[in-house]
Ligand binder design. Structure first.
Ligand code: NAI
Ligand code: MG
Length: 326
């Protein structure tokens, strides 16, 4: 069966790392049909729309989407794209690889971030010259859906339950509902949980990341804490993510358009290639997914490496090395 894969490179290094990941997928000779579409600052400039309807429709109908990054228009692009795949969870693994000079070389975490609400639900107002407000939305249904996913995720025998990270001591109604709902669903499924306040988590994960494994958290906390974890494992060039919905999913590196290095051909393609490995697993190509993971890990350990990891190789060199190792 042919799978249609939407490819949306976007802006900046999205234009460099997304084709690199497609090159890796093509090397596997799976029956994929790649369909490319535009989104981001450049297409806004051209057409007046950061996310053209045809791009949205493509993501909403393709079996899976690979997205690079968008610049200033990131929120106008990625939030609707996540909605196009009805994604309720953002999976963000943060793993330190052998051979990489990581702050915490034993880090191996997976964030399961609520992906539809919280402070990113968009209810922001400027009331007066002096006052702006934001309404935070948390629902029992979205919290339960995330919790069900988390219970399935840890059911593979490789995890001892998960941590619930929240700030319910202050945000009693919203994070209180989140925490209580996630805990209830976990209890009903016989999944062990512990609870950590998000500020305390930030400190504890820096000092000793090994005490954590799977972390379930609200939207903003997951965004911030996963970038923090990127710092522990060697930088944003290494963090992949998957936005999973009931019928389709969108895969993207955690990083943005990296304007400081865009156009130089030196962006680290690893985050996007690992995102492509997650895409393979999502579509059921487990062996191919593992092969890509292994090729990336081998390349990270033995080189060549891009400048963000202390090397002097280009995006193309690293991609070629990964393809060769497949
Ligand atoms: P960024 O992730 O683009 O860059 C932060 C730092 O990490 C930079 O020094 C950059 O060079 C480095 N970096 C990131 N990815 C790298 C890679 N693959 N290889 C080597 N180095 C890498 O975040 P920043 O600078 O805060 O944002 C730049 C633009 O990206 C902004 O316009 C922002 O709105 C957008 N952005 C878009 C996102 C998305 O589309 N999902 C996510 C985050 C930011
Ligand atoms: Mg972010």
């Amino acid at each position: 069966m042919t799978h249609e894969i939407a490819v949306i490179p976007g802006d900046g290094i999205g234009q460099e790392v997304t084709p690199a990941a497609v090159e890796v997928l093509e090397a596997l000779e799976i029956d994929f049909e790649f369909v490319e579409a535009d989104a981001g600052d450049a297409v806004l400039e051209e057409t007046g729309e950061a996310l053209p309807q045809e791009t949205y429709d493509l993501a909403a109908s393709a079996d899976a989407t690979l997205f690079g990054a968008a610049g200033d228009t990131a929120a106008d692009v990625i939030l609707p794209l996540r909605e196009a795949v009805d994604s309720f969870v953002n999976i963000r693994p943060a793993k330190a690889y052998p051979g990489i000079d990581a702050v915490r070389p034993k880090t191996d975490l997976v964030f399961l971030r609520e992906n539809t609400e919280g402070v990113y639900a968009g209810h922001e107002d400027r009331l007066t010259q002096d006052v702006s407000t934001l309404t935070r939305v948390v629902t029992e249904s979205a919290s339960a859906r995330l919790a069900e996913f988390a219970c399935d995720y840890v059911a593979d025998g490789e995890h001892d339950g998960f941590s619930i990270v929240h700030k319910a001591n202050v945000m009693r109604e919203t994070d209180g509902l989140f925490r209580d709902t996630v805990k209830r669903v976990a209890d009903e499924n016989g999944v062990e949980t512990d609870q950590v306040l998000m500020d305390a988590f930030a400190t504890r994960v820096c000092l000793d990341p090994e005490q954590f494994d799977v972390v379930v958290c609200p939207n903003l906390a997951g965004d911030v804490l996963s970038d923090l974890a990127a710092g522990l494992v060697g930088g944003l060039g290494l963090l992949p993510s998957a936005n999973v919905g009931p019928d389709r999913a969108l895969f993207e590196p955690v990083h943005g358009t990296a304007p400081d290095i865009a156009g130089q051909g030196v962006a680290n393609p690893a985050a996007t290639i690992i995102s492509a490995a997650m895409l393979l697993e999502y579509l059921g190509y487990d062996a191919e997914s593992e092969a890509v993971h292994a090729a990336v890990e081998d390349t990270l350990e033995n080189g060549p490496r891009t400048p963000d990891l202390g090397g002097d190789a280009s995006t193309a060199d690293v991609t070629e090395a990964i393809v060769d190792r497949l």
